[in-house]
Design a protein around this ligand. Structure first.
Ligand SMILES: C[S@@+](CC[C@H](N)C(=O)[O-])C[C@H]1O[C@@H](n2cnc3c(N)ncnc32)[C@H](O)[C@@H]1O
Length: 280
């Protein structure tokens, strides 16, 4: 759905060759700048800032100081494509409220839940059991914990306390996420869309053999498999990360010397609920 789709998004390759680089993948993006948002048309998404300048003049969606906040422009792209004005947008793990702010900026309605609400318009709830009737949401966005990389709260139900690198292959983490995905399926209307934003993870292990300095957790692939049990895959987007660690020379040196990679991208899985599809 393209409620606010800009005019002609097609590109003339010859015009591009003459050097007008405005696309997201062009390498002349100034870090921290905030070019006007326009709909991205490839599966590689990049924007130089975490936030965008909203229509009401505000310059931040959610809270830039919230560890693990989602880049608001990612949610903007999704809502532009898959929702219309007045649609109900639900975020079951709302954190600092980024999804709600973007939804309201685009004149959508928003419902946000979290185990540890950071503001009064977010309801306290476990994403595995949302206080919402079946088939109410027009779109669901979720950015869950990526294993134990951030300490979100003291609530023992926080999925960020479950280690995806545990000896049993992260069973508790994946079982919890499976229940969250089932719950998203329940609250979403038929033939509507959801998106899950996530990164793989890598954890340094003490005392391991040289050459195996840590454990890689393919969280993206594992969650995509779980999503496919309930939804139809619409697309997979690669979102370039611009976090502060990636700017630090000492981290790059450690990655080189320790023979590991820092996460350079997040997955964005876009899925559709289709009730009468054949089961996998
Ligand atoms: C990556 S953060 C979300 C960031 C958010 N999109 C934002 O932009 O601020 C993950 C969130 O999941 C929440 N969370 C973890 N386990 C949860 C659960 N079982 N139910 C609801 N929220 C949960 C955490 O409290 C945290 O706020």
């Amino acid at each position: 759905m393209n409620a606010d789709r800009p005019g002609n998004a097609s590109e003339n390759p010859r015009r591009k060759a003459r050097g007008k680089k405005t696309g997201p993948a062009s390498r002349n993006i100034k870090p921290g700048s905030r070019p006007a948002l326009k709909m991205l048309t490839t599966t590689l998404w990049e924007y130089p800032s975490q936030h965008y300048d909203a229509s009401d003049g505000s310059t931040m969606q959610g809270d830039k100081n919230y560890t693990g906040a989602t880049p608001s422009w990612v949610i903007w792209q999704l809502l532009q494509r898959y929702t219309r004005e007045k649609d109900l947008i639900v975020d079951p793990m709302c954190g600092s409220g980024t999804t709600m702010d973007v939804a309201r900026d685009l004149k959508r309605r928003a419902l946000g839940y979290d185990l540890s609400p950071t503001r009064t318009d977010i309801f306290r709830a476990d994403a595995r059991k949302l206080p919402l009737e079946d088939a109410k949401a027009d779109f669901v966005f979720i950015d869950p914990p990526y294993s134990t990389h951030v300490d979100y709260s003291d609530d023992p139900r926080c999925i960020g306390k479950l280690d995806a690198a545990s000896d049993d292959g992260g069973q508790d983490y994946y079982n919890a996420m499976k229940t969250v995905i089932d719950e998203i399926h329940r609250v979403l209307k038929d033939r509507r869309y959801m998106a899950l934003y996530v990164s793989d993870s890598w954890k340094k292990r003490k005392g391991t053999q040289q050459g195996t300095p840590g454990t890689f957790m393919p969280i993206g692939f594992e969650l995509f498999n779980l999503l496919q049990q309930r939804f139809i895959a619409v697309d997979i987007i690669c979102v370039v990360r611009h976090n502060t660690k990636l700017k630090r020379g000492n981290w790059h040196k450690a990655a080189e010397q320790g023979n590991f990679f820092m996460r350079g991208f997040n997955y964005l899985f876009i899925m559709k609920k289709v009730m009468d599809r054949p089961t996998r």
